[in-house]
Design a protein around this ligand. Sequence first.
Ligand code: S3P
Length: 443
Amino acid sequence: MSQDSNSNHETQDTVKVSPVNRVRGELRFPGDKSISHRAAMISSLAEGVSTLKNFSSAQDCAATLACLAALGVKLERNADTVVIEGAGVTGLVQPQGMLDAQNSGTTMRLLAGILAGQSFAGTITGDSSLRARPMLRVAEPLRLMGAAVETQANGCAPIRIQGRRPLQAIHYRLPIASAQIKSALLLAGLAANGITTVVEPATTRDHTERMLPAFGGSIAKQGNVCSVAGGQNLHSCDLSIPGDISSAAFFVAAAVALPGSNLTVREVGLNPTRNAFLTVLRNLGADITITNEQLVGGEPTGTLQVRHVELDKRATLEISGALVSNLIDELPLLAFLAASLGCGMNLRDAKELRVKESDRIAATVANLARMGARIEERSDGWQLQGGDKLRGARLDAFGDHRIAMAGAVAALCADGPSEIAGARNAVAVSLPEFWELLAAVTD
Ligand code: S3P
């Protein structure tokens, strides 16, 4: 891989990615982004001092910490360790000015749930991408709980939340499978006057449910129904956060695609609500072994060993239904990988991808078409035909960290150099180290 050194702003943010031979080496990833957000927020609601190790290096999680500090939480960060002195479930203080969630949907939605149970009003804003994403999905159930929530006329942020104490417990069936909304309601439920129950239409990541008991919270879960009682106190907890499987996925994909690759990923999160990417690749015949499985802070972790083997190019990945939530952040990557392998992919039921950090259906289809893939856009997914090697092309990150990194993986496997506009800085939203890590394991 090489990177250009042009001087004007646009080209400085363009990364030139050349094909490589293989991926080899050993990696350990910064803490999982979803788990880090929750650990910071739940520590802030606890009583006592929590120490969080291997905290995510993502800009998104830095945004969460800055919002919590603005809400009066005392916290200190030293490299990947964050120490938080909790304020208690309803002990936050009114911020001066708006809280800025930057690019982070998880920050905005989970924090909205927390603010709903406080005794003041706060407004959360974000960057232009986040300000274009739907917020009625969190505003509506929080209104049912008694908070006064105002969005913009288009249902987007800035979003103003006038908290109410206590909130009214609700029984709520989520219209859309969303771990962010489920978590927002469970966190709000801690400040409600009864039992709040959330029913999901499909299983989504369960980090909040796993983490609350570690902080002394009690939560009942059966299938896709979870309930939390209001009025509980949480106590502090020291946690080590497992490596981010969604970041590791880019490197795993490159190792699966490139002959001669042999990659080890240590201490990565293997939560069953997040591991479908690995399952899909193993079902395709990829050689991925898992060793050293452990439970760390209630989260399954392990070491991955990925060795390249030739895969059947006639295969077509069929992804739809309940599988979509488990794979939601890896779907663009899976398309870039399938195309790099010469395989097909048929994705349905994934229209949520249209309201992520970018319209990930449009972005994936546009970039893969530029690389010569035969791909058709659908309202809720795409249809990719298996075919020849991808060609190097000029791609666009579309302001989206995962589109930048997925494009980079395909570019490593293409038949000539590619350029990805807007990719150098975009990766910092979830993995600022991406380009250095990629350079370290490719040759
Ligand atoms: C996340 C949940 C998912 C995912 C996002 C992180 C979380 O979003 O796409 O990157 O931390 O809860 P939804 O819950 O909106 O599907």
